[in-house]
Design a protein around this ligand. Structure first.
Ligand code: SAM
Length: 236
């Protein structure tokens, strides 16, 4: 399963109508997702007209897409009224700036506009190497600091947002699918087993801690469990 399979499976399972993608780049995922109303947010949108036209032909709902060329913070601040006019976001895919701080804010802002049945998915939650997990303010900075392959993956420390949610939130159920660099799944409900760590312990954690305790810290699960996990509100 890759992120496209996961996003579509969640939209279909929830009978979702509204989809927000934070961090869209060329629209590789965004344009292929099937949903009635899709919103794209990225400060540097790289979707060519040719790609957009191809997407219109493939799925006419793409004609109604809304594109916001701005950061996610600007989007949530400046487009609040637009968001409030929607019936709520059913599925959000968080894949913007790969830092703990920004992914935390993206999740918090998404939660404010999430429909009751809504699901937040977050990419890059289970990096496979220390290089991939390099904490930095941008991909370029990460590449300068460490051996992050130029065209390869940079996941940063987004994983810390999952750990922090599992420490702090008693109203959210959180897991990470073990596929496509780790896809976090966040829904409202009983959290199951929470993590007992202090803010300073979390602050001090590095990739080695994640690697040594990945399953426990992320509540890592096989992607095949997704449907069953989503349909059981109280499961951990
Ligand atoms: C890994 S790419 C997204 C890939 C896309 N989701 C897909 O699956 O095809 C990350 C994107 O996040 C965007 N980005 C960086 N900072 C951002 C921010 N503050 N808010 C929203 N998007 C941001 C970058 O411009 C880049 O296009």
């Amino acid at each position: 399963m890759d992120r496209r399979d996961v996003v579509q499976a969640v939209i279909d399972q929830r009978h979702g109508r509204t989809y927000l993608e934070i961090g869209v780049k060329k629209g590789k995922l965004f344009l292929r997702v099937r949903a009635r109303k899709k919103l794209a947010v990225d400060p540097v949108l790289k979707i060519s007209l040719k790609r957009r036209a191809g997407a219109w032909l493939r799925d006419p709902y793409n004609l109604f897409n809304e594109y916001y060329e701005m950061t996610s913070d600007e989007f949530f601040e400046r487009r609040r009224q637009r968001l409030e006019r929607l019936p709520g976001l059913d599925v959000v895919f968080v894949d913007g700036l790969h830092t703990h701080e920004q992914s935390w804010k993206d999740v918090a802002n998404s939660l404010r506009h999430l429909s009751p049945k809504g699901v937040i998915l977050m990419h890059d939650c289970s990096p496979a190497s220390a290089a991939q997990a390099t904490p930095a303010g941008s991909r370029q900075e990460a590449a300068e600091r460490r051996e992050v392959p130029r065209a390869g993956c940079w996941s940063g420390d987004v994983w810390k947002t999952i750990v922090r949610l599992r420490i702090e939130r008693d109203d959210l159920r959180i897991g990470v699918l073990d596929c496509d660099h780790g896809i976090g799944v966040i829904v409202r409900g009983e959290p199951g087993r929470r993590l007992r760590l202090s803010p300073s312990e979390l602050e001090r954690m590095g990739y080695e801690d994640l690697a040594a305790n990945r399953r426990e810290l992320l509540n890592l699960m096989a992607p095949e469990r997704l449907a069953e996990w989503l349909s059981r509100p109280a499961a951990g």
